[in-house]
Design a protein around this ligand. Structure first.
Ligand SMILES: [Zn+2]
Length: 217
């Protein structure tokens, strides 16, 4: 269908078609949009895409972190992990960045995050070995963590992930450090979120009460 077009166009159509939710027709509309723009716009866009290479992942929570934060002597930690005002004893485990943004939007969570990088979903061939679980266990053992909150979507992959992490973390019975009695608490959000709902689209008030009413596992 696009064979008659110059390869400058078909190559870009192919690239845009790889974006989530974008088909060939929309991809072609993007390219036609770009063709209508002047050189300055194209240069700025190309530069912004190029700048993505400067981003890296926080070595603690795997959040995206800008290279500029490294210049501020925060190591390769993200702004949350580098913030002395955040409670390092509470770690909220999420599957991806949009959930971090949703929880931050509540303004009620002052702990740190751990981004797993996905959910256990056999249909998408994602198993526990694809998730950042080892670094989570290392953090819990070494960072004076008191509570781990499993904040997952209430869909089947979310439930699978909660079940798996509970089975892995609970038997570890990791003792609290610094002279505190007891063990690291594992909890999940209150079941206030509708079944199948996605955390990233939950309104801040619902999410905030799900966080507050979290239940120990
Ligand atoms: Zn971080």
């Amino acid at each position: 269908m696009y064979h008659s077009l110059p390869k400058e166009i078909t190559n870009l159509v192919e690239q845009f078609s790889r974006f989530p939710g974008i088909g060939e027709k929309t991809a072609l509309r993007f390219v036609l949009f770009l063709l209508g723009k002047d050189e300055n716009y194209i240069d700025a866009l190309a530069g912004q895409i190029e700048n993505i290479k400067n981003l890296s992942l926080c070595q603690k929570c795997h959040n995206i972190t800008a290279s500029s934060s490294r210049a501020e002597d925060t190591g390769s930690f993200c702004k949350y992990c580098a913030d002395p005002a955040r409670d390092k004893g509470t770690v909220c485990v999420i599957s991806s960045l949009p959930e971090l943004m949703a929880i931050e939007a509540t303004g009620d969570f002052l702990g740190l995050y751990h981004i797993l990088g996905g959910k256990i979903d056999p249909l998408r061939k994602t198993g526990p070995e694809h998730l950042r679980i080892n670094t989570l266990i290392a953090r819990i053992k070494n960072d004076n963590v008191r509570e781990v909150i499993l904040a997952m979507n209430s869909d089947i992959p979310g439930e699978n992930t909660i079940l798996y992490l509970t089975r892995i973390l609970k038997p570890l019975n990791i003792p609290l450090r610094q002279g505190f009695e007891g063990h690291v608490k594992i909890s999940r959000l209150a079941r206030g979120l509708p079944m199948g709902s996605e955390l990233e689209y939950a309104d801040p008030i619902t999410l905030s009460s799900a966080l507050e009413g979290r239940q120990e596992l």
